[in-house]
Design a protein around this ligand. Structure first.
Ligand SMILES: [Ca+2]
Length: 466
């Protein structure tokens, strides 16, 4: 289906002044939020306030079963920005610069640049250090962007009420209800800059990537976003009596697990409160970008993509982090609004992978010289008809020390193998167990299903190359 083939023609039709002139390629606004799970209003969360993402979802296609390929920043971002699976990129930690194993890869922003776009990267698009105040630029990729800006929280923005929930044992789990306005925080500065960029006149089409740091740790946002929530009313996540994960959530003796085990209910409420405040803060910045598109009359000719770089357990299984092969870590928000797409306003339950984003945008913008080795498939058909099927499975992998876990999600099941199954396997039936609490992998009646899913891991990973 070529429903969007005439996207540029549609845009021209929306601007009669352009009729008769060569169609201008659409702009792209590519927004990434760090460590954002699906706890958003538009994904059915009853507490979190995300009015701006809700309005984007209402005017685009919200993907309800979109899965990242690795539940940690650098491997995930490397994967969706190169269109390659982590088993292909071999980037499976936060320390490896993707140019080391992939010196010749053409990244998504780089391809836009090669196609005559102005490519601008604000904030954490590729992986960066631990916080926006980390000025190390070790993950920069100068080939990808004409211009970059990272933002830096001011001294005033680093003051306020808060604490480290591990008592300072770890550098993690810090929250701060900060003094000052949004612009004292790096994310507010990124939105300021993005609004400026969107107001500029330019001859070239624009690829603008904005990588917000929130809701990632440190859970630091202006105080007014904390005031949106009453933490005494939160439901705390609970595990079934006697539950133990079939495979450890972290390496033995992992400091995070020890810290989480020590959390009191008060600390759990503080954690939820600060994470939700971070979502609302980030959401407000997204709202400013959407407003700027409207104000500059760019909405009719700009594709907006919003995504998290992976999910977050947020206390389920008492794991207050990512890095698992469960639904909460692997399933991630994805909203695509392409001007003129017939599916806009309708959610899609089709299985989608984040490696599909690269070919989707290349397809929608009719880019030339698209790398042949991309491993995803364009979502264009779903933007026209969100009810159709896209693929049989979504694959996510994670390293746990030397052991590689591979997890495949189908319409009904999640099946995970650790080192090809030699170190264990997990099988969950989402029709009866959406929380993934009951491992069916060793049930004799599930042997055939397990064998089919095991084969599906291999065929999905091998994939159909373009
Ligand atoms: Ca992340």
């Amino acid at each position: 289906m070529r429903l969007l083939l005439s996207l540029t023609a549609l845009a021209a039709a929306a601007h009669p002044a352009l009729a008769g002139e060569p169609a201008r390629p659409p702009n792209v606004l590519f927004i990434v939020s760090d460590d954002l799970n699906c706890d958003l209003g538009c994904y059915g969360h009853m507490v979190v306030k995300s009015p701006n993402l809700d309005r984007l979802a209402a005017t685009g296609v919200r993907f309800d079963r979109a899965y990242i390929q690795y539940p940690v920043c650098n491997p995930s971002r490397t994967s969706f920005l190169t269109g390659l699976r982590p088993t292909t990129t071999r980037v499976m930690d936060n320390a490896t610069h993707f140019r080391r194993p992939l010196p010749d890869a053409v990244t998504l922003p780089e391809l836009f640049r090669k196609n005559g776009y102005e490519s601008i990267g604000l904030g954490k698009v590729f992986h960066r250090g631990l916080s926006p105040d980390d000025t190390k630029k070790e993950m920069d990729d100068p080939r990808s962007f004409d211009r970059v800006l990272y933002g830096q929280t001011t001294a005033a923005g680093n003051k306020g009420d808060g604490r480290n929930l591990t008592g300072g044992t770890l550098a993690w789990c810090r929250w701060l209800a900060a003094e000052g306005a949004d612009g004292e925080q790096a994310d507010g500065q990124l939105a300021d800059e993005a609004v400026k960029v969107l107001g500029e006149k330019r001859d070239k089409p624009l690829f603008l990537a904005v990588g917000f740091y929130r809701p990632h740790d440190p859970f630091q946002s202006p105080k007014k976003y904390f005031e949106l929530y009453d933490s005494s009313k939160f439901d705390l996540p609970k595990s079934p009596e006697g539950y133990k994960p079939p495979y450890p959530l972290s390496l033995a003796g992992g400091a995070l697990a020890v810290a989480f085990d020590g959390f009191t209910d008060k600390e759990r409420r503080e954690f939820l409160h600060a994470y939700y405040a971070g979502i609302s803060f980030m959401d407000a910045q997204v709202g400013r970008l959407l407003d700027a598109l409207d104000k500059n009359k760019l909405s009719d000719n700009t594709i907006v993509v919003f995504l998290g770089d992976h999910g977050y357990e947020l206390g389920v299984r008492n794991w207050w982090n990512k890095n698992t092969l469960f639904e909460r870590s692997c399933r991630t928000p994805l909203i695509v609004r392409a001007p003129g797409a017939k599916g806009n306003g309708t959610p899609s339950a089709a299985l989608a992978e984040f490696i599909d984003l690269y070919p989707t945008l290349a397809d929608l913008c009719a880019l030339k010289d698209v790398p042949k080795e991309l491993e995803g498939a364009s979502l264009r058909g779903l933007l026209g008809d969100p009810s159709r099927k896209h693929k049989d499975a979504a694959l996510t992998v994670v390293k746990r020390g030397p052991v590689l876990g591979r997890s495949v999600r189908t319409e009904r099941y999640r099946y995970t193998e650790w080192d090809g199954g030699s170190k264990g396997a997990e099988l969950y039936d989402h029709a009866t167990d959406p929380g993934e609490w009951v491992n069916l992998a060793d049930k004799p009646e599930m042997a055939k299903t397990r064998a089919e899913l095991s084969a599906l891991i291999k065929t999905t990973e091998a994939g159909a190359k373009r």
